[in-house]
Design a protein. Structure first.
Length: 395
């Protein structure tokens, strides 16, 4: 195909030129005396992105799923009870991982399009007088449905119930893009992936771990080897890894963190809100709805757009890819065929996002959806044009 392809799945996201170039390095000696000068500042700067001062950040060559596994196996024991709200494909998969690892998972099943149900969690924690629940798993940004949950609110609920469970947060499609405050929200294990807000290829799982979780890891009995925090702690302290690290990814991470630092996290959160709002205006102008049931659930990194009854979102996605070279995110599992997703996270601006809106609009019309030509693009355009700043205050 001539020209560039549009990558608008909600991760992997576009890798900025500076990050791609930083990764293009000759192979190097990962035990050389030069390595700590690269590695040690990465850990310091990652703490700023996770917004933790007292926690520790681990880097594993793995994807986000490996990050889930590392956080669970390091801190829990076989048969431990965990409470897991489930409202989209990624919370489904996280529960599955916990069950396969031998945990006793109590799910709170919620309608897809909603998020962590704070009142139900509160009731459940209040009833748990013996503190049998050892962990609460919350998917901050459910990428399958475009739903963001209130993690600060969840922490308040846990505190009001005076419940000592560890708080695990899947921040894979939020950390580095959406407001995330590990320390303030009392998050014990926060999992991120390199291919989303960090604007890198997939392949690094980044995990923020609180002191409370590190303490728990000393007695946790689940089997682990490659993912053992203990080995990491010992070698990371001097700026090395217990095995061969992917050096090119570490160079890419350096460049990514430099960009994050230069833009500023608050500005990044505001930019994601601003860009996402333009997409939401387009969806409204198309007379379509989001999978997210209420504005309080709206995700600023991904919009899952519901196609009208009698239409198949898979056709929109196929048409966009084949005719226009545009990748849109598919509907996963129970929303397959019902939604298509536009990822709007990472290294992105209005004109790039216009490509996704224009391509989605043309593809929907091509496969017979009743969409007025230019309607969504015009609505986004009017919203974005009205502001000189590429940012928007968070509520
Ligand atoms: N959790 C969420 C919210 C995700 O969006 C994803 C991937 O898109 C995952 C978990 C799984 O991460 P990975 O595919 O990097 O293993």
């Amino acid at each position: 195909m001539q020209g560039i392809r549009g990558l608008f799945v909600p991760g992997p996201t576009n890798v900025p030129e500076a990050v791609r170039k930083a990764m293009d390095v000759p192979m190097e000696d990962h035990r050389s005396p030069d390595v700590p000068a690269l590695v040690l500042p990465l850990f310091q700067d990652l703490k700023k992105v996770f917004r933790t001062e007292t926690g520790q950040v681990f880097l594993f060559p793995a994807t986000g799923t490996g990050g889930w596994e590392a956080s669970i196996t390091n801190t829990l024991s076989p048969g431990d009870k965990v409470l897991a709200p489930r409202f989209g494909q990624f919370s489904v998969l996280w529960v599955d991982l916990c069950q396969r690892l031998g945990l006793d998972v109590e799910t709170l099943d919620c309608e897809w399009g909603t998020g962590v149900p704070l009142e139900t969690v509160a009731e459940r924690l209040m009833a748990d007088k013996k503190h049998e629940i050892k962990a609460i798993l919350a998917c901050h940004n459910e990428t399958a449905t475009g739903v963001t949950s209130d993690i600060g609110g969840l922490r308040k609920v846990m505190d009001q119930c005076d419940h000592p469970a560890l708080l695990y947060v899947d921040g894979i499609s939020s950390i580095g893009s959406l407001e995330f405050r590990m320390e303030d929200w009392g998050v014990d294990l926060a999992v991120a992936g390199s291919q989303k807000g960090f604007m890198m290829p997939a392949g690094l799982a980044l995990i923020g771990v609180s002191q409370k979780a590190l303490e728990a890891s000393k007695t946790a009995q689940l089997r682990r080897c490659y993912f053992d925090f203990k080995d990491m702690i010992a070698t990371n302290a001097t700026g090395y890894f217990p095995y061969t690290p992917p050096m090119h990814m570490l160079h890419g991470l350096r460049a990514s963190l430099n960009r994050i630092e230069a833009e500023g996290l608050e500005n990044i959160w505001g930019r994601h809100r601003f860009l996402a709002e333009g997409v939401r205006r387009a969806v409204a102008a198309w007379n379509l709805t989001l999978c997210a049931k209420e504005p309080k659930w709206h995700s600023d990194t991904v919009s899952a757009i519901v196609v009208p009854e009698g239409h198949d979102a898979r056709k929109v996605i196929a048409r966009a890819y084949e005719r226009y070279g545009l990748s849109l995110g598919a509907g996963l599992s129970v929303v397959a065929g019902k939604v298509f997703r536009i990822g709007h996270l990472g290294d992105l601006n209005e004109l790039m996002l216009m490509m996704a809106l224009g391509g989605a609009e043309m593809s929907m019309r091509d496969v017979g959806l009743p969409i007025e030509a230019g309607s969504g693009v015009a609505a986004a355009e009017e919203f974005w044009r009205a502001s000189n700043s590429r940012s928007m205050a968070l509520a």
